[in-house]
Ligand binder design. Sequence first.
Ligand SMILES: Cc1cc2nc3c(=O)[nH]c(=O)nc-3n(C[C@H](O)[C@H](O)[C@H](O)COP(=O)(O)OP(=O)(O)OC[C@H]3O[C@@H](n4cnc5c(N)ncnc54)[C@H](O)[C@@H]3O)c2cc1C
Length: 404
Amino acid sequence: MTDTTLPFSRRRFLQGTLAVAGGAAFPAFAARPSHLRNGEILPSPDFSLLRETAPHLIGIRPHRRGGVRLALEEQPIETSSGKKYLVHNYGHGGGGITLSWGCASIVTEMVEELLVRLRQARETPSIAVLGTGVIGLTVATELRRKWPTLPLSIYARDLDVRSTTSFLAGGQFEPSGVIHEYRSEEKKRLLALYLRRSRDRIVEIQNSGQRTLFGVAERKNYTLDHGIKAFDEFTPHDVVPVHRRGTLPFEKLTTVGREYSNWLMNPTLLLPKLTADLVKASVQFKQRLFESRKDVMSLPENIIINCTGYGAKKLFGDENLVAQRGHLVILRKTLPKQFYFFSGGCANRVISYVFCRQDDIVVGGTVQSGNESVTPDEEDALIFQRILANGRELFAGHPAACRT
Ligand SMILES: Cc1cc2nc3c(=O)[nH]c(=O)nc-3n(C[C@H](O)[C@H](O)[C@H](O)COP(=O)(O)OP(=O)(O)OC[C@H]3O[C@@H](n4cnc5c(N)ncnc54)[C@H](O)[C@@H]3O)c2cc1C
């Protein structure tokens, strides 16, 4: 039997096998996936051009074993100035920017219930939000939208939002890091609820005509061709749709990869905008360092919302909070088409991500436990170099060459 008499499918199979053995990425019979941007090439970052001010950053993700603590303490606290209600909203780990609006919407529902209770008891409601990170500011914003005249104050140890962890975050929409705390079906549903509610608010901002002021933008998020659990398994597809597969749209990084539709919420724009709007809406900002739960309970307000992030570990004795340190290097954005994300790491699964924002490019790649320092030392200097080197290798078309 000659080759030409082989059954069609078997002959094509053998041709395909030969093509693979000869080094082709795909069997000859398999159509090569199409280019993800129809041939358009997106410019790679210039990894040698650091942002002029503070290009090296270290932040502490407030990771919490068991997931976000988003709860009203059932028993009101009796104090000399009357009953106080305490709501917790902290422990968002590597996903606080993503989850912020969704969690704020749930806090608003809790407050609604408390307002009924207070009115039934003929008490006048007033609210204190603790923290000026993304969690505190989104909570205060949602409360102000719903109750424009309710007395509302925000307290924090430092009123400059640039001092928060939130301000230095990348701002990509992905429940990254927190998913391991949401594995059961019940918890997955809870995470999906937070994500859907965040999505609803982001879309509302997008359609408001003010999205640039809020630092909100749609982004295509490219990854290598491997699963991204945070998107594929933990984010509902009506929030981040199923990826498209195809050739990556970069000059040298041209392997097959994936494209997700995603959002950027740039905290360097979002946080100042939320603060300015709250000031305009007569929300009081008060500088105060709380030393203990008792100290918090001495506040005059009768509804207290704790959004102190990693600060809640000491303040409320929550040993489930774990510091997860992250390093970022900020590059200058040099070309208008640097408007994409690359995430999901290298081919050897070393963490690496590149988020192009409105005015700069964030390059990251670490999650370190057991160190709470945000002041870089010599070891950190090497880590910053490695993060840049890994980004360079990826965009040079060597996705398996990243180093830990
Ligand atoms: C490197 C890095 C990259 C990240 N990238 C992303 C990303 O791309 N997308 C994403 O969704 N998330 C990201 N995150 C995670 C995100 O930054 C956090 O989940 C989020 O910032 C937590 O917000 P927060 O408001 O709870 O905490 P913070 O921003 O830390 O705010 C806490 C507030 O509480 C106040 N406070 C604390 N203790 C006290 C006290 N005792 N008395 C008075 N005030 C107090 C602080 O002053 C501050 O105002 C990233 C984090 C890091 C470190």
